[in-house]
Design a protein around this ligand. Sequence first.
Ligand SMILES: [Zn+2]
Length: 192
Amino acid sequence: MRIGYGWDSHEFKSGIPLKIGGVTIAHPKGLAGHSDGDVLLHALTDALLGAIAAGDIGAYFPPSDARWKGVDSAVFVQTALEQVRRAGYAVANVDSTLILQEPRIGPHAALIQRRVAELLNIDASAVGVKAKTPEGMGTDNAAIAHVIVLLTKQAGKPRRRTRVLEEVPQPVVDAVAESLLESLEPQKRGKE
Ligand SMILES: [Zn+2]
């Protein structure tokens, strides 16, 4: 069994779409940053990579790389999930907490839960989505996400040694990411 933890934050900016947990939420402000700014999926990606000690999101998808500008963050989650599978693990459950002043997450929580479960190919009942407001933190113009994951050894599969990031050749990472980008083509990469 392995445990993984991820944290992320993004600043709100007017006039861009707000995406949290792969769900587009109607709001006057979105989250600025590299890719689509999906704070929950970024924290989830780091939690998955952290659980197998395989580096972090920035190492796989550097903000300096123009390919990831505006991209659907589902690509990051799926790339991390592929690393988890190669290491011989499967996701048992995920828990998350969002900290943001607005919008209220409650009305969207069930949709976020289903979307995250779908991305991880697990049951929605194995995905916790909670939200709080940042009382006394002074972070009203930011969204923060904490995510924790539990991985279990996959039965009946050859157990490969967990490889550290430096041992994963960059062409492999690129090939996985490219194929995922192609599979997401109907969602118009860079637009969401
Ligand atoms: Zn991020």
